[in-house]
Every structure is written in C-alpha cells, then in structure tokens.
Write a protein that binds this ligand. Structure first.
Ligand SMILES: Nc1ncnc2c1ncn2[C@@H]1O[C@H](COP(=O)(O)OP(=O)(O)OP(=O)(O)O)[C@@H](O)[C@H]1O
Ligand SMILES: [Mg+2]
Length: 275
C-alpha cells in the first residue's frame, strides 16, 4: 500500500456552504482482495449535480472504488452514506440486498464500459429502456413506449430502431442505448466506468459531447471512472487521482490538470501532453 504524504490535497472538502447535504459521503473506505489492496483510505463527498472523475493508470483501484461506492463490492473498511431526495440516509455497506437493488434500479444508474454488461442483448431497445421505467413503477404501455422513443431521439438513435435488439446496433449506438436506459428513470446519481472506452476516437468524441450535454441539462451527479484525462477535463467538476489503491491528489478538475502538485499526477499530465 502506498503512503500518501500530507503535503498534497487528498481529501475533498465540501465546497457547498448551504444547508444542503452531500448526496454521497465516503469515509476511509478500503477493499482488499485477499492480501492485495484494491483501494484504501479513500474519503470524499459528492454533492447533488456534481461530476467527480476518478482517474489513474490501469490497476490503480478506480473500478474497485466505483464498485464499493455503488454497493456492488463489499467494503473491507470505512463507511458510505447515500442520502435520497428526502434527505433519508442509507448506510450502503449494511443495506439489505433488495434495498440496494432498488436504489440501483431507481435513484442510481450504472453505465458499464462494455454495453453487454449493462444491456439485455436479446431484448429490444424499447424493452431495455422500458424495463427501467417499469422497475420505477410505470405500468402504462403507451407511456413506456413514448419514453423509449423520446430517449432514443435524445441519444441520437433513429426512432425506427426501437424494436431492434441491441445486438444489431453498432458499439457506439449500444453505448448510447445504455445511457438512455440509465437516464430514462431520472436517477439522481449515475456511476460510469470508462463509458467511452473501447470506442474509436470519432465515436468517442460524439458520445462525450452527448454525455456532457445530458449531464449538464439533467443536473445529474456522476461518479466517472476514466484513465483519460481529456475525458475528465471535459466532464468533471472535481477529480481524484489514484495510484496503487490510494488517492494521491484531489481537487477541482481544471486546477489539478493545470497545476498538478503530486509527482504522480505531474507524470500523468505530462505523458498526456507528450502523447
Ligand atoms: N477480482 C480481483 N481479484 C484480485 N485482485 C483484483 C481483482 N480485481 C482487481 N484486483 C486488483 O486490485 C487492484 C485495483 O484494480 P482495479 O480493477 O480497481 O483497477 P483499475 O484502476 O480499475 O484498472 P483498469 O484501468 O485496468 O480498469 C489491482 O492491483 C488489481 O490487480
Ligand atoms: Mg477498471
């Protein structure tokens, strides 16, 4: 486990001075895979409408952290509190499975790097979108179908592809459908793990543009994992830089990228500039 010198800012103080409470409060969390550190001693708060990027090289612990805070992976240490729209706190580590699944299907979204992990490939696009709405209690067929059409339109997929299965879509379309499926139910918080990974550069740029537009318009809070600093700059308000399972630097995205303090962040930023 790496030790983090206190000379670098590694915890993110709440910027919000109103009486509003953080959506997510992560305190000293860790996950160990046997004796191997997945991530350790990570703390941060996420405020409503805020986009937080978790960046770092391969194996630095980004996905482990994302999976812990979204309740998909057990905590070895620490605590995570989520507050719903009514201010009701949920202790994510000790939440019964059913309640966790309900959160993941209603208040939260999860956009996977590989669309196959987030879509049902044998079900139509409309069915993929409708399923989310039904999980939130919507039963009216016409409403569900109209929402499906509207969301295909919003993610720039022709409406006449509503009854096709995602298997007949291109990779970029599948990823846009996964985004539609996640956003149709108006979640408050969306987790994204490398949402543009695996796509070619021009498709990636279009998808990023779409994501930026949707996130800003819907006022979503997002925790975004990416190894791509350009993606973090484009989408994030704040960022955490991870190295060997630990957060080595944290702060406003532009600040960290324009004036990195930790040698590892400096290396990351300069390797991008040279690349
Ligand atoms: N299922 C697992 N079993 C054992 N060790 C694991 C497992 N998943 C991850 N690890 C280890 O935990 C550490 C963090 O891995 P993690 O997948 O979180 O990294 P990452 O930053 O998401 O990497 P990438 O950018 O390649 O997706 C690594 O040392 C990895 O080898
Ligand atoms: Mg990962």
């Amino acid at each position: 486990m790496s030790t983090v010198s206190s000379q670098y800012p590694t915890t993110m103080e709440p910027m919000n001075t109103s009486t509003e409470q953080p959506l997510l409060q992560v305190e000293n969390v860790a996950h160990y895979y046997g004796s191997r550190v997945g991530c350790a001693k990570v703390s941060f708060s996420l405020w409503p409408g805020e986009v937080l990027a978790i960046v770092g090289e391969s194996g630095s612990g980004k996905s482990t952290l994302l999976n812990i805070i979204s309740g998909r992976l057990a905590l070895s240490e620490g605590s995570i509190t989520y507050r719903d729209a009514a201010g009701q706190p949920y202790d994510i580590a000790n939440l019964p499975e059913g309640a966790k699944r309900r959160l993941l299907r209603t208040e939260w979204g999860f956009v996977h790097q590989h669309p196959r992990d987030g879509l049902r490939m044998a079900v139509s696009a409309g069915g993929n979108i409708g399923e989310r709405l039904m999980a939130c209690g919507e039963r009216h067929y016409g409403t569900i179908r109209n929402a499906g059409k509207e969301w295909l339109h919003r993610v720039e997929i022709p409406e006449n592809r509503l009854d096709d299965t995602p298997a007949s879509y291109s990779g970029g379309m599948q990823q846009r459908l996964q985004i539609a499926r996640n956003l149709v139910s108006s979640p408050r918080l969306v987790f994204m793990d490398e949402p543009t990974g695996g796509l070619d550069v021009s498709v990636q740029a279009k998808l990023l543009d779409l994501l930026r537009h949707l996130v800003r318009n819907l006022g979503l809070a997002v925790v975004l994992v990416t190894h791509d600093l350009a993606v973090a700059r484009l989408l994030a308000d704040r960022m955490l830089v991870m190295h060997q399972g630990a957060v080595v630097e944290a702060g406003l995205a532009d600040q960290v990228l324009d004036d990195p303090h930790h040698p590892y962040t400096q290396l990351l930023v300069s390797s991008i500039l040279q690349g």
